[in-house]
Unconditional design. Sequence first.
Length: 430
Amino acid sequence: MNNIINIAVVGLGQIGIYLLNELNRKKDEIELKTGKKIRIVAISAKNKNKKRRFRINKRIFYSNPLKIFKEKKIDILFEIIGMSDGISKKIVETALKNRIHVITPNKALIAKHGDYLSGLAEKNKVNLEFEASVAGGIPILRTIKEGLATNQINKVYGILNGTTNYILTEMEDTNENFNKVLEKAQRLGYAEPINPKLDLNGFDAFAKVRILSALAFNNKISKHKCIMEGIDNIDLKDIKIANQLNLRIKLLGISEMINNKLFETVHPCLVSKDSYIGNVNGVMNAVIMHGKPVGENVLQGEGAGPGPTSSSLLSDLLSILRGNIKKPFGIPTLKRKKVKPFNNNNYTNSLYLRFEVKDKPGVLSSITNRLAKYKISVKRIIQTPDKKNNKATIIIITHKTTEINAKNCLSIFKKNNNILKFPTLIRLYN
């Protein structure tokens, strides 16, 4: 690698423009730490004249990013568009084929095409770096690839989405409803301003779970059908009731090897307020790993916003500048195995069930009878009447039961006229 390194930045949204400013600001520091001079020779986005947080050099602006490969000599390309296919995939693919190192925070792209792209990087002896795709500023992927390289990891779980963690924390702290807090998150730049759906429905956290699994267990990125639920159905009422029970709601991503089978899931969990994970609040992320011989390992840091993401992007840049040519997933793509999926029906948890019902005799017993029919035993019941509206809220905490029992049992309640809306289900974690 020459001492002068040419860089292209494609995608100038919140993260891209922040990164561009950091690259310009920290040129001297980067040279001091790596002995390499960086030059930004091309930038690209949809709109040249859009008002941005930092000024851009319009002389090096490309409306069509694919033109950069024909007109400029590039050593390293940052892809920060964020799509799983389309121009994002095309840019990364073209760069790798042209022996250009690629750095991206694009978890959707890596979760979908990571196996193919990592093979391409290895074939062309360049790096595909994606530290920023999981848990913002936490160096979790490098920790697994390097710091814990000789450990046998059997479980990785945690809070992997700063947006949802901020929303759940803020709802509890302010007593404001979901929509109000979401608007606040959008204003602060923690949630996508136009379509935050991929954060809220669990997809963002799930893409990260798939990347973590591939790294932790040396397997190919799984395509299995898994349990994926977001926080869009969490009501302020649930947060208040959880509070009374000394519990907190967190969206957890979980990946684990169970009897040599891969179990991956993302869903809201009720966790104890006294637990470590129950006290990771705001935009913070936390990842907990279990391995041998290291035992339990915990990493925590900010997981949303351009600052933490840029921190990880620059860490990838310095790794490349120091000459670390590495396999994207730690071991050769051809050596990574396909793993069979764990049967989700056998996943067991205690459940929190909230029923909104007509306040009349016999409703509670009809619910508990149906639970008993599906071998779901009741641990605790809280009944709160609303006399004015002739309604009641019934909270049932169950003993542990399987996913299939819960699903079959709840489907019956769709047809019950005394139940005013489909029951809310939240799993209790550990």
